[in-house]
Design a protein around this ligand. Structure first.
Ligand code: ATP
Length: 294
C-alpha cells in the first residue's frame, strides 16, 4: 500500500502542524523514519522533466538486507503512456511505486526520469514531478479547500473549484452547508472511500505533474462508483506518464504494457492481447476475474 505519499512533502518543514493535522500519528512516525533513510547527494540538482519517460533498469531492492523483495526489474514507461502492474498481494507492486517516488533508494540498478538517475537529483524535485492517487487518501483535519489546494500551495478558490469539478466532487462539496470551508477528516465531515479518492484526484489535477502513480483501491467501492472513478483516473492520465498498480484487470486493458509480477520478479509482460494470446498467468487471472464478475 502507498496511501501516505501525499503528506510527505510537509515533513521536516511543518512538523508540528502535520502532527496536529494528520489523522494517524503512528503512520506519520513511520513516514518520518523513511524520510531519514534518503538523503540528497552533495550538490544534487533538481530534476529536469521535459518528456518524462520513466525507466527501471535492472533494479533490485530489499527493505532488509536478509530479505530481497525485487529482483532485476527492467521496464520503461514512454512519456505520456501507461504501464500497469498486476500480481498477487506481496509480489512487490507497491514497492515499485515507492521506489519511483524515492521513499527508498535502490540497492542495484537505476531508476531514471527523463534520463536522469533519481538518486542523483534532489528528492524534492522528484516528488514535485509525480502525482499520486493512493488507495486510501489521508485527509488533513482542515477544510475541503485546504485538502484539495494541498496539491498546489497558493491555488485560488477558482482553481480549487475547477479541479473539484473535473474530479466530480464539486456538487457534493457545494451541497454541504459550508461548502469548501467544511472541515473534513477525523474531527470533521467523514468522506466515503470514493469521495476521498475524488479529493485525491482533484489534488492531483491541481498539481498537474508529468508523472502519475495510481494505486487502485483494493477495498471494493460499489461498481457504479468504481467505474466512474476509473473513468476519471483515465482522463487525468491522458498524456501523462503513468504507473498503475491494478487490482482489477479491467483497468489495465488499454495499458501500453502490462507487467505481471510474482515474488518480486516480472514473470510475464506485454499488451492485454499479447498476454491473453500467451495463455499464461495473466490469461488465467483474466479468466478468473471474468467468471467472478458474472
Ligand atoms: P498488495 O497488492 O497487497 O498491496 P504488493 O504487491 O504491492 O502487495 P508490496 O507492498 O510491494 O506488495 O510488498 C512486497 C513485499 O515487501 C511484501 O512481502 C511485504 O511484506 C514487504 N514489505 C513491504 N513494505 C515493507 C517494509 N516497510 N519493510 C519490510 N518489508 C516490507
Amino acid at each position: 500500500m502507498i496511501q501516505l505519499y501525499i503528506p510527505l512533502g510537509f515533513l521536516g518543514v511543518l512538523y508540528r502542524e502535520i502532527k496536529q493535522s494528520l489523522t494517524d500519528l503512528d503512520k506519520m512516525f513511520t513516514l518520518m523514519e523513511r524520510e531519514r533513510e534518503i538523503a540528497d547527494v552533495p550538490g544534487a540538482q533538481p530534476l529536469k522533466v521535459d518528456g518524462a519517460n520513466v525507466t527501471f533498469s535492472h533494479v533490485s531492492f530489499a527493505y532488509e538486507a536478509a530479505r530481497p523483495i525485487l529482483h532485476d526489474i527492467s521496464f520503461e514507461i514512454p512519456a505520456g503512456k501507461t504501464v500497469a502492474v498486476v500480481g498477487p498481494s506481496g509480489s512487490g507492486k507497491s514497492t515499485l511505486a515507492r521506489l519511483l517516488f524515492r521513499f527508498y533508494d535502490v540497492q542495484q540498478g537505476q531508476i531514471l526520469i527523463a534520463g536522469q538517475d533519481i538518486k542523483q537529483v534532489t528528492q524534492a524535485s522528484v516528488r514535485q514531478a509525480i502525482g499520486i492517487v493512493p488507495q486510501d487518501t489521508v485527509l488533513f483535519n482542515d477544510t475541503v479547500e485546504y485538502n484539495i489546494a494541498y496539491g498546489k500551495p497558493g491555488a485560488t478558490r477558482e482553481q480549487v473549484e475547477e479541479a473539484a469539478r473535473s474530479a466530480h466532487i464539486h456538487n457534493f462539496i457545494s451541497a454541504t452547508p459550508k461548502g469548501y470551508d467544511t472541515m473534513v477528516g477525523e474531527r470533521g465531515l467523514k468522506l466515503s472511500g470514493g469521495e476521498k479518492q475524488r479529493v485525491a484526484i482533484a489534488r492531483t489535477l491541481l498539481k498537474n505533474p508529468p508523472i502519475l502513480i495510481f494505486d487502485e483501491a483494493t477495498s471494493a467501492l460499489d461498481s457504479a462508483n468504481e467505474r466512474a472513478i476509473q473513468a476519471e483516473l483515465q482522463s487525468v492520465a491522458q498524456n501523462k506518464t503513468t504507473l498503475v498498480i491494478a487490482h482489477r484487470l479491467s483497468t489495465v486493458v488499454d495499458a501500453h504494457e502490462i507487467l505481471v509480477m510474482d515474488a518480486g520478479r516480472i514473470i510475464e509482460r506485454g499488451s492485454h492481447a499479447e498476454l491473453l494470446a500467451a495463455n499464461g498467468r495473466y490469461a488465467e487471472m483474466w479468466a478468473l476475474q471474468q467468471s467472478s464478475a458474472d
